[in-house]
Design a protein around this ligand. Structure first.
Ligand code: MV4
Length: 445
């Protein structure tokens, strides 16, 4: 097992990793920027090193600075958390070259899944369903027209190097195809340094359902069931839950088996997530695989009892999985609300000083946050300042427990998304499970 882990992240996920390390008897090193001196991850880790100025590009994203810090502190592994360097294959490679274990999948797995065209090819060969479309880069209007005609409109153009909703163009008719293709390619080149785009059938009212997978360096992969992350706004997830209220045990087993097959197809050896679109008729289609731990992993922990971060660290250390698929049982229902320092009406950032702070508690209530009274939420980083997670026997009880916990949560001095979540917990469509990924676009909360 590792002796000391450097945590290449900040905020609640850095705390989550530090806590897992403490329970595992592993020492921790925090890294931080100039402006993060007062951040909680700095005081909770055994050691801390300042690695640069406020701008992420000069600190949390600075590969040389992060690896130098690991070497100075004599850390034998780096946990990247989510965001920042977590899906950077080059960083994973450099870590290994420097004799530091990257706590995540191999650089090769990350590359195969990071390029969406290669991911489509790879999972198709493994028998995983994808939406009808082309598995090649589309370069000319003629090629695009041919594909669109064969699959039928509407279609969607996506950047091969994109993901998470960035660089997508929906096309409803042949008249707008040429323009959309040109724009998509230009934006892909500018945004991701690669113009390659592909075309697939556009699914109009999907649910976003994703499967948590867990792999080791011995070729074992299992899944921990699904999360429904359909409540999003501009590709930012706001509420996640497990299980998905729509899945039958049979559908869960098929989606899970396909997720395991997708992971095995790239020799996946860490925790990861296979994202699907679930259509209104119960068909599901592979969208992409996230090769990192995700923000919403706690809902899966609550319904399975598996500590996903500990398993990730164990796998990176070369230990075999401690679970078999038959050990995994889904119990009860969990919901997570993301608490962002944002205006709850406009969803615009609202950083500033917290002048009063009280967290909810009680049975089945979990808070993952690096906030404390008098802490100043910085404008330089992501606005997500915490996650409120509840677990109860049924979905109905979980919604009530969440509503009660939200009422207890006091954050003064800044605006947060708590009022949005309070309204959602009382919203008929949410209570009935009657929503899709476009819900917030067409519904006034
Ligand atoms: C789609 C789609 C409909 N049809 N692909 C958005 C995130 C990125 N992973 C892919 N996304 C979508 N891809 C096809 N063929 C609809 C979306 C989508 C979406 C997906 C999940 C959650 C929220 C969403 C909001 C808008 C669009």
């Amino acid at each position: 097992m590792f002796h000391k882990i450097l945590i290449a992240n900040r905020g609640e996920i850095a705390l989550r990793i530090i806590r897992a390390c403490k329970e595992m008897g592993i020492k921790t090193v925090a890294i931080h920027s100039d402006v993060d001196q007062e951040a909680l991850h700095v005081s909770l880790a055994d050691e801390s090193i300042c690695i640069g100025p406020a701008a992420s590009a000069d600190s949390y994203l600075n590969m040389k600075a992060v690896i130098s810090a690991a070497q100075v502190a004599d850390a034998d592994a780096i946990h990247p958390g989510y965001g920042f360097l977590s899906e950077n294959a080059e960083f994973a490679e450099i870590c290994e070259q420097c004799g530091v274990t990257f706590i995540g999948p191999s650089a090769e797995s990350m590359r195969l899944m990071g390029d969406k065209i290669s991911a489509r090819k790879t999972v198709t060969a493994a028998g995983v369903p994808i939406l009808p479309g082309a598995n090649e880069s589309v370069e000319t209007t003629e090629a695009a027209q041919k594909i669109a005609e064969s699959i039928g409109y509407p279609v969607i153009i996506k950047a091969s190097a994109g993901g998470g909703g960035r660089g997508m163009k929906i096309v409803h008719s042949p008249a707008s195809l040429a323009n959309a293709l040109a724009t998509a390619r230009t934006e892909a080149q500018a945004g991701f340094g690669k113009a390659d785009v592909y075309i697939e059938k556009f699914c109009e009212r999907p649910r976003h359902v994703e499967i948590q997978v867990l792999g080791d360096k011995h070729g074992n992969v299992i899944h921990l069931g699904e999360r429904d992350c359909s409540i999003q706004r501009r590709h930012q997830k706001l509420i996640e839950e497990a299980p998905c209220p729509l899945l039958t045990p049979e559908l869960r087993e098929r989606m899970g088996a396909c997720a395991v097959a997708a992971a095995k197809a790239v020799n996946y050896s860490s925790v990861g997530t296979v994202e699907y679109l679930l259509d209104t008729d119960g068909s599901f289609y592979f969208m992409e695989m996230n090769t990192r731990v995700q923000v919403e992993h706690p809902v899966t922990e609550m319904v399975t009892g598996v500590d996903i971060i500990k398993e990730q660290i164990n796998s990176a250390a070369g230990l075999p999985l401690r679970y078999q698929q038959s050990d995994i049982k889904i119990s009860g229902h969990a919901i997570e609300c993301r608490i962002n320092a944002e205006d709850p009406e406009k969803f615009t950032p609202f950083p500033g000083k917290i002048t009063g702070y009280h967290t909810p508690g009680g049975m089945g209530v979990r808070v993952e946050s690096a906030m404390y009274d008098q802490y100043t939420v910085l404008p330089h980083y992501d606005s997500m300042i915490g996650k409120l997670i509840v677990h109860a026997e049924t979905r109905e009880q979980a919604i009530k427990r969440m509503a009660s916990a939200l009422d207890e949560y006091i954050i003064e001095g800044i605006k947060t998304t708590i009022p949005f979540h309070q309204k959602m917990m009382a919203k008929k469509e949410f209570i009935d499970g009657d929503f899709d990924t476009n819900f917030l676009e067409r519904t006034k909360i």
